[in-house]
Write a protein of this length. Structure first.
Length: 209
């Protein structure tokens, strides 16, 4: 049981006890009864959601073990070049998607040892667009020819490099004003440009909450 669930149970218990203890003090008792009623109602809704609607998702088989490797700087990164079957399921046994990811060795001018997903490549084209991002950029659940970097390259006739990684990334994005990411670093447009101009390859960046 999570610490949040334990705290919620304790809060319910404390409010019910306070409502019972203050039963002779009408105004105070009404306040505690109201608070207890609201918290109990919300707790029942939360419990029902977790039991009947919320579904934990996960990759089937040994995907995590084969696909990722630990990394001292990033926490983890894609393991090595190859083609990986990706089957994502939920706790009910439903298959959410079934596709495959083709990972190629680091293709950048400065090899940093970061294997990445294949994107659009045409040897007759000289220009190149590099995509940084999270699972959206990576194209989680999509085939190699359906993800954003590949489609942009195909439509614009530009070579593309997909440096997105499922789980984290650095990209321009909408900032909701509260923690809402599994590890992505989101920046408004002007800040992303400022950051790009301020750092260079090899710059040590310390990330603090």
């Amino acid at each position: 049981m999570s610490s949040d669930a334990i705290l919620l149970i304790l809060l319910n218990f404390v409010l019910c006890v306070l409502a019972f203890v203050t039963r002779k003090k009408r105004i105070l008792n009404n306040i505690f009864i109201l608070c207890a009623s609201v918290v109990v109602t919300l707790s029942v809704i939360e419990l029902g959601y977790r039991l009947f609607f919320e579904n934990e998702t996960f990759y089937a088989k040994k995907f995590y073990k084969d696909f990722f490797q630990p990394d001292s700087a990033l926490g983890y990164k894609m393991n090595r070049a190859g083609r990986y079957d990706a089957i994502k399921m939920n706790s009910r046994g439903d298959t959410l998607f079934k596709t495959s990811y083709t990972i190629i060795p680091d293709s950048g001018a400065n090899d940093s040892g970061f294997p990445h997903r294949i994107a659009f490549r045409d040897t007759s084209i000289g220009n190149e667009v590099i995509f940084l991002g999270c699972s959206f950029t990576f194209g989680e659940g999509l085939s190699d020819r359906q993800n954003l970097p590949f489609l942009v390259g195909d439509l614009s006739e530009s070579n593309t490099v997909n440096l997105g990684c499922t789980g984290y990334g650095l990209h321009q994005g909408y900032l909701p004003g509260e923690p809402a990411s599994h590890g992505c670093i989101r920046m408004p447009y002007w800040k992303a440009r400022q950051f790009y101009n301020a750092v260079h390859l090899g710059t040590v960046v310390v990330i603090k909450p």
